[in-house]
Design a protein around this ligand. Structure first.
Ligand code: VGL
Ligand code: ZN
Length: 199
C-alpha cells in the first residue's frame, strides 16, 4: 500500500523569534504543525545541524556580513548569522513542538565545507542525505512538507522530493518564509512549475 509521510523542516529555536536566524512568525506555526503531526502515521523531522565555524556562517568569511553571498566550489551560497550550532539551545526543536512520535530525524549541514538546505541533497545537489532511500524502502511515495523556511529549506526539499519522484505537497499555512530579495515569490513559482501541490 502506498504510504504518505509528513516531513517537518527545521522547527528549531534559532529560526523562531529570539533566535539567531529568526523567521518572522516562525513560532506561530507550531500549533498547525502539531495538528499535522497528529494526522500522519509517518513523521520525519529535519534538524539544521552545523559545526561551529561552518562555511555558511558570515563569521567564517572575513569582511562578509550576513545575507551577502559567496561563491563556493558548488555554486553561490548565501551567508547567514551563526545558527543551529550542533548541541546548542538554538539547534533544539521549539519547546512546544510535539515531535516525540517522529520516526526519523534527518540532520543536515553537518559538514563544514558545504551547506544543506534540502532534506534530500546537500547544496551541491549531488550528495544525498539518504532520505529518498529511506522513504522508498519504507514504501512511502507521497510526502507533505511544512516548517521553516518556505523559501529555503522547505522549498529546496520540495523541489528535490518531486525530482525524486515523490508526490509532493507543501502546507503553506504551516510554513513561514525568510523572503530575502524576493526569494519567497521566486521559490513559490519554482515549486508550482515543478508540480509541487501548494495547499
Ligand atoms: C535555513 C538558512 C540557513 C532554513 C537553514 O531552514 O531554511 N535557512 N539554514
Ligand atoms: Zn543552516
Amino acid at each position: 500500500m502506498a504510504e504518505d509521510a509528513l516531513i517537518v523542516i527545521d522547527m528549531q529555536n534559532d529560526f523562531c523569534p529570539g533566535g539567531a536566524l529568526a523567521v518572522e512568525g516562525g513560532d506561530e506555526i507550531v500549533p498547525a504543525v502539531n495538528r499535522l503531526i497528529e494526522q500522519f502515521r509517518h513523521v520525519i523531522l529535519t534538524q539544521d545541524w552545523h559545526p561551529a565555524g561552518h562555511s555558511s556562517f558570515a563569521s567564517s568569511h572575513p569582511g562578509k556580513a550576513p545575507f551577502e553571498t559567496v561563491t563556493m566550489p558548488y555554486g553561490e551560497q548565501t551567508l547567514w548569522p551563526d545558527h543551529c550550532v550542533q548541541g546548542s539551545p538554538g539547534a533544539d526543536f521549539h519547546p512546544a513542538l510535539r515531535w516525540t512520535t517522529a520516526e526519523l530525524v534527518v540532520r543536515k549541514g553537518f559538514r563544514t565545507e558545504i551547506d544543506s538546505y534540502s532534506a534530500f541533497f546537500e547544496n551541491d545537489h549531488r550528495t544525498p542525505t539518504g532520505l529518498a532511500g529511506y522513504l522508498r524502502e519504507r514504501g512511502i511515495s507521497k510526502v507533505s512538507l511544512c516548517g521553516l523556511a518556505t523559501d529555503f529549506c522547505v522549498g529546496f526539499s520540495a523541489l528535490d522530493a518531486v525530482a525524486q519522484g515523490f508526490s509532493t505537497s507543501v502546507v503553506l499555512g504551516a510554513c513561514r518564509g525568510i523572503d530575502l530579495n524576493g526569494s519567497l515569490a521566486t521559490m513559490t513559482q519554482r515549486m508550482r512549475d515543478a508540480g509541487v501541490a501548494l495547499v
